[in-house]
Ligand binder design. Structure first.
Ligand code: NAD
Length: 451
């Protein structure tokens, strides 16, 4: 599904016309292609004060073959090469006065960005600050990064990683994700890391090699895209969907060399059947992606119980029941397991006509946060991904005006693609993402709705 307006705005005549009329000019985003370098150009690394992550950041970039230039001088002098990424180690901040150094580093560097550049700030979390002044400086970065995300154009993104003391060993996988084309539609996000046992030497092309991954709702849409990306990254995918979607489910499974498993996740015996299948056919499971979801929209005053109950059953209760059953089933959930739950921007912002859907999706966020410590104890993780406006067959059927407004009201001025959601889920599923737990990552191009 092509974005006709983006293509027009990037054509010769369209480019001139949209500029003259002051219309949005959505960029063609840099998306991940296996085998391509992490970044298409050099990076700079700055540190606000005495940051403790600088050396580690340098080695992550060095391992990925990225050339690191010296920071651009405040007057803009120095090496004029365009930058593919600007990284700031802001872990040394002690109070608001230190933020001047943040400004001094970022302002000239941001003048030199290439298309689809990445701005990434790493800092200590405000919650663990020893003083209100330090908490203020750390929290200030959140507002700063979100604003930078809104100022950047040309497909560039800005994101923030909070790194508490003891979580330094967890940074490589998130840093690589936010710099890469995998995060093309992830903008203005904050992720807080935890300390974890992170395995060394991950294969960047096949990070999920040898893993068994269940993806629910895999017969079409975002779920099919998740299944394809997981398989591309090396996983054996058990694609789950309702029997009515059996043919398209089989098509997806065959295409990616996976297994099709017909299952209504709300059936009373859904969890035991899935567990039996995983135990017998795959000797357990490493990754579970709870993607299946439905909408039954109506204003609350007109909503019948069927609409309410069916949405709760598919979107929330099934995720709870299957996850609990997996935790209880001896030896099925393998060491270092990853659970990724698909929620929605509507679960964060609320949406007219979607009280049932928004409640179910907000419930997922509560569930993920509550379960994170339990999963951490098992060396596992549970996270949520919240898509914003994603271009699917469903959104293609929306009336023109509604679709255009919905898809342009974000920093990228375009809708995301199912693959953008899939890439984020695949990243959270990697062994190297062990330090990302209990997080909610929006894949919404920094949507203005609920931002
Ligand atoms: N499309 C978007 O813009 C968007 C935005 C935010 C969140 N989401 C979420 O992303 C997920 C996927 O959305 P999509 O747009 O691809 O939807 P979709 O309707 O195209 O696909 C959902 C799939 O889930 C399956 N499913 C439904 N009930 C099931 C059940 N009881 N058991 C097993 N499978 C079942 C369906 O058969 C279908 O194949 C959903 O959780 C949705 O809420 C989508």
């Amino acid at each position: 599904m092509s974005d006709w307006y983006r293509d027009f705005a990037n054509s010769g005549v369209g480019g001139t016309l949209t500029k003259q009329l002051g219309l949005p000019r959505p960029a063609v985003l840099r998306r991940y292609e296996p085998g391509e370098p992490l970044l298409p150009g050099p990076a700079v690394i700055g540190s606000a004060e005495e940051g403790r992550l600088r050396e580690q950041l340098s080695s992550v970039l060095k391992d990925a073959g990225v050339s690191v230039l010296s920071p651009v001088a405040a007057d803009g002098s120095g090496d004029g090469e365009k930058l593919a990424a600007v990284l700031l180690d802001a872990t040394g901040l002690t109070g608001p006065a230190d933020l001047a150094a943040v400004h001094d580093f970022l302002a000239p560097a941001l003048k030199r960005l290439r298309p689809s550049a990445r701005v990434l700030v790493l800092a200590d979390p405000p919650s663990a600050a020893p003083s209100p002044a330090e908490a203020a400086a750390r929290q200030a970065l959140d507002g700063l990064v979100r604003s930078i995300g809104k100022e950047l154009r040309n497909g560039a993104t800005a994101n923030l990683i909070y790194v508490p003391a003891g979580a330094e060993g967890s940074i490589a996988s998130p840093v690589r994700f936010f710099l890469s084309g995998r995060s093309a539609y992830v903008d203005g996000q904050t992720v807080t890391l935890a300390g974890a046992d992170v395995p060394a030497g991950e294969d960047d092309d096949k990070p999920l090699a040898g893993k068994v991954a269940v993806v629910t709702g895999a017969a079409r849409g975002i779920g099919a895209s998740i299944a394809r990306v997981m398989a591309r990254d090396g996983a054996h995918v058990v694609a789950v969907d309702i029997p009515m979607a059996g043919q398209s489910l089989a098509d997806v499974a065959n295409e990616i060399g996976g297994t099709a498993f017909q299952l209504d996740i709300t059936a009373a015996d859904a969890a035991p059947r899935l567990i039996e299948h995983l135990r017998e056919r795959h000797a357990g499971v490493d990754i579970v992606v709870h993607n299946a979801g439905i909408t039954r929209d109506k204003l609350l005053v007109n909503m019948d119980a069927e609409r309410w109950n069916s949405v709760m059953a598919v979107n929330l209760q099934a995720q709870l029941d299957i996850t609990q059953a997996l935790l209880d089933a001896d030896g099925v959930l393998k060491a270092g397991a990853r659970i990724v739950c698909v929620t929605s921007q509507s679960g964060i912002s609320g949406n007219r006509g979607q009280t049932n859907y928004s409640a179910s999706k907000a419930g997922i966020i509560g569930m993920v946060r509550a379960w994170a410590p339990t999963f951490a104890q098992r060396g596992a993780t549970i996270n949520a991904v919240a898509p914003g406006f994603i271009v699917t067959e469903m959104t293609a059927k929306m009336p023109f005006g509604t679709r255009e407004v919905g898809s342009r009201l974000n920093s990228m001025q375009q809708g995301g693609l199912p693959v953008d959601v899939a890439e984020t889920i695949a990243w959270l599923s990697q062994p190297g993402s062990a330090g990302v737990n209990g997080q909610v990552v929006r894949v919404c191009g920094q949507s203005l709705i609920g931002a």
